[in-house]
Design a protein around this ligand. Structure first.
Ligand SMILES: CC(=O)N[C@H]1[C@@H](OP(=O)(O)OP(=O)(O)OC[C@H]2O[C@@H](n3ccc(=O)[nH]c3=O)[C@H](O)[C@@H]2O)O[C@H](CO)[C@@H](O)[C@@H]1O
Ligand SMILES: C=C(OP(=O)(O)O)C(=O)O
Length: 427
């Protein structure tokens, strides 16, 4: 087991490149199950969620080649192997195996997913969608059993705007008979990316990226080549980091339109941002202003950047309020920021951040992926050395983070934990 060490308080500069989007990758890979010939995806991030999905594709009989971010999945020999336990619990997105396996085999057994602990994360809308398409769905000892004689298109209104349910229903519907209409669909860029892959495989999908998606089922889907979109959450993390400790940072491989809410909030706080086609240049600037943030579904401010933004606001002039309307309990990073001298209180779904303090290095633990990003940014802002444990969360979503930040001049490194430290962490 390793921990991250950061010697904070130094300005960073240079350029940093964004990898392919985790939340696309984790849906694109399961989507390959639906094809009748090999599918190649270019630009995948080197993160543990991708490695886990590669192993899951192999576990069900897929032949996978993965080199330099390019994965080719040959799905021809795949079988509907039950996956009640094991790897599926390592990531949230294993729920996409339900839609993809149901779509291809008309049956699947998948354990309830893992992923970040952000309070309750039900999948009732996914199940509502599968049932509307004609599947019988039961929950037996923590695994979801899905079975259908045939899948038939249906009109599905999502009671909650859900990224996962929207994509999962698309996956199950592309090979169903007739037309499926998803109403009140989520509009995140990752949904468009998955729809683009499926369309290149031969699917008929209209409206991805709007709140009504229409899918006309086809008989077969074939292989193709697809390039993944850049990770807007990783890019947003770097934007916040640049605002916190940058002395001029160029962020490369971004789609600026995906980050308009983040750009707007940083500018409101007084951060200078220059935007080009696929790059952004950000300088820290003096006198960061306090701003209030409310997370919303896309194109609103993303919940996945709420935690990193909280770290930045610890040095704003005045008091800021961060409210998470998507995950009301996504505040486990706050206790750790307090260990670093942060003056923050949590009231209901909001964190109130007093910007008058200087963060101090401390030993902290990442409870989830973006809590980890928040603590890394805080560590770079703090005086002294910060130690971050819980790296398995950070490794789920940030590709080569140490190398990328070292490239900006950060003093950051991974270190093996002693047996005593490992014991302490478990207790
Ligand atoms: C792998 C992946 O893409 N993860 C992202 C995805 O997660 P995920 O797909 O799990 O998030 P959803 O969009 O489904 O969740 C949004 C909200 O709807 C609720 N809900 C969701 C489904 C459901 O069946 N019932 C229900 O009540 C959730 O509890 C949450 O409050 O979108 C989240 C919201 O942008 C992001 O934080 C995650 O990074
Ligand atoms: C919550 C996240 O991931 P997941 O849904 O995969 O747990 C995230 O990426 O911030």
């Amino acid at each position: 087991m390793e921990k991250l060490k950061i010697a904070g308080g130094y300005p960073l500069k240079g350029s940093i490149r964004v990898s392919g989007a985790k939340n696309s990758a984790v849906a694109l890979i399961p989507a390959t199950i639906l094809a009748d010939s090999p599918v190649t995806i270019e630009g995948l991030p080197d993160i543990s969620d991708v490695q886990t999905l590669q192993a899951l594709m192999e576990e069900i009989g897929g032949q996978v080649r993965f080199e330099d971010g390019e994965m080719t999945v040959d799905p021809r020999k795949m079988v509907s192997m039950p996956l009640p336990n094991g790897r599926v619990k390592k990531l949230r997105a294993s729920y996409y195996l339900m839609g993809a396996m149901l779509g291809r085999f008309k049956k699947a057994v998948i354990g309830l997913p893992g992923g970040c602990h952000l309070g309750p994360r039900p999948i009732d809308q996914h199940i509502k969608g599968f049932e509307a398409l004609g599947a019988k769905v039961t929950n037996e000892q923590g695994a979801i059993y899905l079975r259908a004689d045939e899948l038939k298109g249906a009109r599905i209104y999502l009671d909650v705007v859900s990224v996962g349910a929207t994509i999962n229903i698309m996956l199950a519907a592309v090979l169903a008979k007739g037309r499926t209409v998803i109403e009140n669909a989520a509009k995140e860029p990752e949904i468009i990316d998955v729809a683009t892959l499926l369309t290149n495989m031969g699917a008929k999908i209209k409206g991805a990226g709007t709140d009504i998606i229409r899918i006309d089922g086809v008989e077969h889907l074939h292989g193709c080549r697809h390039t993944i979109i850049p990770d807007r959450i990783e890019a947003g993390t770097f934007m916040i980091l640049a605002a916190a400790v940058g002395e001029g940072i160029l962020i490369d491989n971004v789609i600026p339109q995906h980050l308009e809410s983040v750009t707007a909030k940083l500018r409101e706080a007084g951060v200078q941002i220059e935007v080009a086609d696929d790059q952004m240049f950000i300088s820290r600037g003096e006198g960061l202003k306090a701003v209030d943030i409310k997370t919303l579904v896309y194109p609103g401010f993303p919940t996945d950047l709420q935690q990193p933004f909280t770290s930045l606001l610890t040095r704003a002039n005045g008091s800021s309020i961060v409210t998470d309307t998507i995950y009301g309990a996504r505040f486990k990073h706050i206790d750790e920021l307090r260990r670093m001298n942060g003056k923050i209180k949590v009231e209901g779904r909001s964190a109130i951040i007093d910007g008058s303090v200087q963060l101090q290095g401390a030993k902290v633990k990442a409870s989830d992926l973006r809590a980890g990003a928040a603590l890394v940014i805080a560590g770079l802002m703090a005086e002294g050395v910060t130690e971050v444990t819980g790296l398995e969360h950070i490794d789920r979503g940030y590709s080569h983070l140490v190398e990328k930040l070292s490239g900006l001049g950060a003093t950051i490194w991974r270190e093996k934990m002693t047996q005593e430290e490992v014991e302490q962490l478990k207790s």
